[in-house]
Design a protein around this ligand. Structure first.
Ligand code: FAD
Ligand code: A2P
Length: 366
């Protein structure tokens, strides 16, 4: 080989590591972009708010809270919007009595045949995709509904899920507008098949501690998860099946516009007479009772009325608080608890943050 040939060859060889380097950098760039895309799947807007991105295996990681549930296998997103499960309507009946305002129905779906099985636990929600298209000609998006049944379903066979749905109705420019999904559900006949997604949500789960105290603040259909908790605590069939004998104190504050609008009231009265030491039931009937200022009676007025007892309970580390229903009730509840806390020299916002961190302050409002 001549001197010139050797120089050309050496020059060529020098470029090899540079080419490899550029190729390596390019490959890494592509890989990073791909993994960023796959690790943040797009969710339906309403679902992303509630969906816990952790997998069910991750959720079994130990928590700092000794008495907090180690919900080892909380099922999440078994059915996604693109591949929903078709659940058959088994029941659809009104929960309201004569003279009530609006429409609220209890609706049960058959989950048998779901493969993988659509399982859920108390406090979770499911998504419903209504039939039809929106104004832009696109399929309707899913709406979330809190599950009103326990994991065993209303018939204890473990293959149904029940919801408590209020039909959304409002007036606009002199016209009555009916909500898309809530009307679809309230009108749906027995035997029809409905697109179901989920389950989602880990915010409203009950602690596993049988001695825990559970304070529940519900307005309207916000009673749905509470109905499931209370069945689990006090229904004889549930107690037998669950091997979970609730021994703590459960206190339900329920807000409804009229007595005829109280949901699942007969069941709650029965729990009260069977478990007088464990269950307390306080109602705020906004359009039949007046608060101390002469206004409508809301649950925050009842919170103020029982402030001392409630606060003693809240200061107990075994007490968990659950709020569900109208978003509008949150400022009222905060205001009431601020008043009570400051009378004791405490700062409610700071205390609420601590409770939230300890998973003892759980809110699902809409
Ligand atoms: P849509 O047709 O989607 O109409 C809703 C839209 O109408 C609103 O976005 C707003 O733009 C407009 N609108 C509403 N009210 C008015 C008004 N007064 N004036 C003008 N415009 C207005 N609902 C239940 O009944 N039971 C439950 O257990 C339940 N659980 C839920 C749990 C979660 C976590 C969430 C996020 C929501 C829950 N909801 C529940 C609410 C439910 O998801 C739907 O939002 C509700 O049923 C209305 O949906 P729709 O399709 O009937 O109404
Ligand atoms: P009202 O409608 O009389 O003002 P429903 O969903 O069946 O209508 O029940 C919701 C209940 O919550 C009603 O009694 C309603 O009273 C009440 N409510 C409305 N706004 C608030 C609020 N800001 N705080 C607490 N309760 C409220």
């Amino acid at each position: 080989m001549s001197y010139t040939e050797a120089r050309v060859l050496a020059g060529g060889l020098v470029h090899i590591p540079i080419v490899i380097g550029i190729f390596w950098l390019f490959q890494n760039f592509i890989l990073q972009r791909t993994s960023a895309k796959t690790s943040s799947p797009t969710k339906a807007p309403s679902e992303s708010k509630k969906t816990d991105s952790k997998s069910s295996t991750e959720s079994s990681a130990p928590t700092k809270q000794a008495s907090k549930p180690v919900h080892a296998d909380v099922p999440v997103n078994t059915y996604k919007p693109k591949t929903p499960f078709l659940g058959k309507v088994l029941e659809n009946y009104s929960l309201l009595k004569k003279g009530a305002i609006g429409r609220v129905n209890h609706i049960t779906f058959d989950l048998s045949g779901s493969d993988p099985a659509l399982k859920y636990i108390e406090g979770q929600s499911i998504g419903i995709i209504p039939e039809g298209e929106d104004a832009k000609g696109k399929p309707h998006k899913l709406r979330l509904y809190s599950i009103a049944s326990t994991r065993h379903g209303d018939n204890m066979a473990g293959k149904t899920v029940s919801l408590c749905v209020r039909q959304l109705q409002y007036e606009k420019d002199g016209e009555t507008i009916n909500g898309v999904c809530s009307s679809y559900l309230c009108d749906i006949p027995k035997g029809a098949k409905v697109k179901i997604t989920g389950p989602v949500g880990k915010e409203m789960l009950l602690p596993s501690d049988q001695d825990a105290n559970i304070i529940m603040l519900a307005t309207g259909t916000g009673i749905a998860p509470m109905r499931a908790y209370l069945r689990r605590m006090f229904d004889p069939k549930e107690r037998k099946k669950n091997n979970w004998d609730f021994k703590g104190k459960a206190w339900l504050f329920m807000g409804a516009p009229k007595s005829a609008n109280l949901l699942y009231d007969n069941d709650f009265q029965e729990y009260k007479s069977n478990f007088p030491d464990n269950f307390r039931y306080t109602k705020a009937i906004s359009r039949e009772e007046k608060n101390s200022k002469g206004g409508r009676m809301y649950i925050q007025d009842k919170v103020l009325e029982y402030a001392d007892e409630l606060f003693t309970l809240i200061e107990n580390p075994k007490t968990y608080i659950y709020l569900c229903g109208l978003k509008g009730m949150e400022p009222g509840i905060d205001e009431a608890l601020t008043t009570v806390a400051s009378a004791k020299g405490l700062n409610w916002v700071e205390l609420r943050q601590k409770l939230k961190k300890a998973k003892r302050w759980n809110v699902e409002t809409y």
